[in-house]
Design a protein around this ligand. Structure first.
Ligand code: IMP
Ligand code: MG
Length: 175
């Protein structure tokens, strides 16, 4: 038997939400340029779609940090696997993440990025699981707040699978 996936948000719902986020960001940064930092690999699909909906100039940066491995629980150990290409000093930076869960990864990463003295530093997350929070994190732009469920699709994986699903779904693993 295969894993079961129940749709939580359809592709249409996600597209609508990303349009709203893009419009809000374009308004908030009117007349400026933003640098989107995509947190690989989970935020890849979201960041690209968001960038398409932003009408002001956008630059892309990519960063990869270790969080989950193949487990569904955060280890609490955060390591930078791939760093930025360019300095962010004086830039308007928006970190793009797929989901804020315990908050450990972002709490650490935002502290690291703050030390590099960007002009502004904000966080945009497609999904937020507030019930799972262990460490406080301020999310400036949130797509959807969701209950404590393990979800896949739209960039999010389980053991590197399902990132390519065009929707977001709750996965029930085949045992
Ligand atoms: P945190 O440090 O616990 O906030 O973990 C955040 C990271 O864990 C995210 O960037 C995801 O890669 C991963 N993660 C958390 N919840 C889920 C989920 O439901 N599905 C897939 N990945 C998740
Ligand atoms: Mg991630």
């Amino acid at each position: 038997m295969a894993d079961k996936i129940d749709v939580m948000f359809t592709e249409e719902q996600i597209t609508e939400k990303i349009k709203e986020l893009g419009a809000q960001i374009s308004k908030d940064y009117a007349g400026k340029e933003v640098t989107l930092i995509c947190i690989l690999k989970g935020a890849s699909v979201f960041t690209c779609e968001l960038a398409k909906r932003i009408t002001i100039p956008v630059k892309f940066e990519f960063m990869q940090v270790s969080s989950y491995g193949d487990e569904t629980e955060s280890s609490g150990v955060v390591k930078i696997l791939q760093d930025l290409d360019e300095p962010i000093r004086g830039k308007n930076v928006i970190v793009c993440e797929d989901v804020i869960d315990s908050g450990r990864t972002m709490h650490y990463l935002l502290k690291v990025l703050e030390q590099r003295e960007p002009a502004t530093l904000k966080l945009c997350s497609l999904l937020d699981k507030p019930d799972r929070r262990v460490v406080d994190v301020d999310i400036d732009y949130t797509g959807f707040s969701i209950p404590d469920e393990f979800i896949v699709g739209y960039g999010l994986d389980y053991a590197q699978k399902y990132r390519n699903l065009p929707y977001i779904g709750i996965v029930t693993l085949d045992k």
